[in-house]
Design a protein around this ligand. Structure first.
Ligand SMILES: [Zn+2]
Length: 445
């Protein structure tokens, strides 16, 4: 029986059903779960003093393309809109292979862990030169994050009127067969699972209507979740109107792409009817504010979504359109953007943090995560508020207003993976060197 006691935290933002905030309280972790939360707890194992710290549930990342951490700040893509940006990057990504997928996933996941994330999804939709979803699953196992990889896909290449080059698309039969393979090999439906696989055709503009429909049937047959990009910007909506004769929400609904087992990335351009559809059907949204700003896509109507009960989580999106991968920065950006759109009282720091934690867990179908409460998975972030960023703060628990952007300690499933700001089980310098070497090779080609 492995126990850890987190003792005497200044503030614990539990995100439990009553949204309680505890002062000077403790958390007892036992066998990967939270055994108790309260004052004066005793434990039989390690004790971690948390005086001077704010403790939150681990942050949850609902949208990422981990492989893109190898193509950050690519000059030709720095100032382009979505479609132009993609066309710059596709030829570079077509030179990736298994090693690129593994190392870039390591880097992306480490960055997430250091900034408080305990659970991440990933959307890998291209598989050049023998790359497999398994490459990223191996990376996540090594880093120690809870992982929801999705088997993405592109099937409509340039010669068929799609956006990606033909070299990056796969046949629809191969896509479905490999989706079945990775679900059978890796998906764990049990409570507390460390790996859950989803099915995720890249976007309505890179796969056929048939594949969207088949993917939905497959996901329901296997009991896994569905994910894609939707209504990201005006070009995206215009494409839908022109090619499908309807708005993205209608397209999604017609093909079985709404429901509590579906979440869509971005949704910047959803209109009122589409927002109601998402609320009614329990469909989730991965809100990616930094990427939306970076690509000039717009401000997602998150206030309106939350007000009618749409499930919203945060996503860093890929590091080719962010170009960082830090969830605390997304939470802050999300709060700021809603204020730009709707006024200073449109979103509090605590609500943004709730979206970043419990909200993300709900989007990913993980009621066992995202809260600090007895019985939940022990995914916990500890923020040191004794440093320069918090000095002078009257409300250190309002972490997004004044607070650290990196964690002091991080627990995933009870495992202490960030310890006093470091990850002792990893050789970070070696991983960075390997990543930079691969990036340099891609630049030369
Ligand atoms: Zn994306």
């Amino acid at each position: 029986m492995a126990e850890t006691l987190i003792r005497g935290a200044d503030h614990i933002l539990t995100m439990n059903d009553r949204r309680e905030e505890l002062r000077g309280a403790d958390i007892l972790i036992r066998d990967g779960r939270i055994a108790a939360v309260g004052h004066g707890l005793a434990g039989q194992g390690t004790v971690l003093e948390a005086r001077g710290c704010v403790v939150t549930p681990g942050l949850v990342n609902t949208h990422h393309h981990l492989y893109q951490s190898l193509t950050r700040a690519v000059p030709g893509g720095q100032d382009a809109l979505l479609f132009g940006w993609l066309k710059t990057l596709y030829p570079i990504w077509s030179r990736f292979g298994p090693e690129e997928m593994f190392v870039s996933a390591q880097v992306g996941l480490i960055e997430l862990a250091l900034t408080g994330c305990t659970m991440s999804s990933d959307h890998l939709y291209l598989y050049p030169n023998g790359a497999r979803l398994d490459d990223t699953i191996a990376a996540a196992a090594e880093i120690g994050l809870r992982f929801h990889p999705t088997r993405g896909a592109m099937s409509i290449g340039e010669s068929d009127g799609g956006l990606p080059p033909d070299s990056l698309v796969e046949s629809e039969r191969a896509i479905l067969e490999d989706s079945i393979r990775v679900i059978d090999a890796h998906h764990d439906a049990r409570e507390g699972a460390m790996v859950r696989v989803g099915v995720a055709p890249c976007s309505p503009f890179s796969v056929s209507r048939d594949l969207m429909r088949e993917a939905a049937i497959l996901a329901r047959d296997k009991g896994v979740m569905l994910h894609t990009h939707l209504a990201e910007n005006d070009e995206d909506v215009a494409y839908s109107l022109e090619k499908f004769g309807c708005r993205p929400g209608q397209y999604a609904e017609d093909l079985g792409w709404t429901g509590p087992d579906v979440w869509h990335a971005h949704c910047v351009k959803l209109d009122g009817q589409e927002i109601d559809l998402f609320a009614r059907s329990g469909t989730g949204v991965a809100h990616c504010p930094c990427s939306n700003c970076r690509l000039g896509s717009g401000i997602a109507p998150v206030r309106g979504m939350r007000d009618v009960g749409v499930k919203v989580g945060l996503g860093v999106d890929g590091s080719a359109s962010n170009d960082t991968g830090q969830l605390m920065a997304e939470a802050r950006q999300s709060m700021l953007l809603q204020r730009v759109a709707n006024g200073a009282d449109a979103m509090s720091a605590r609500e943004a943090l709730e979206i970043a934690t419990r909200g993300g867990a709900e989007v990913l179908g993980r009621p066992d995560c995202g809260q600090i409460a007895a019985g939940k998975c022990a995914d916990i972030a500890i923020w040191d508020t004794r440093g320069i960023e918090s000095a002078g703060s009257w409300d250190p628990a309002a972490l997004l207003l004044a607070g650290p952007s990196r964690v002091k300690d991080l627990f995933v499933n009870g495992r202490h993976i960030v310890q006093d700001g470091h990850m002792p089980h990893l050789d970070l310098a070696a991983i960075v060197a390997r990543q930079n070497k691969l990036a340099a090779k891609l630049m030369e080609a």
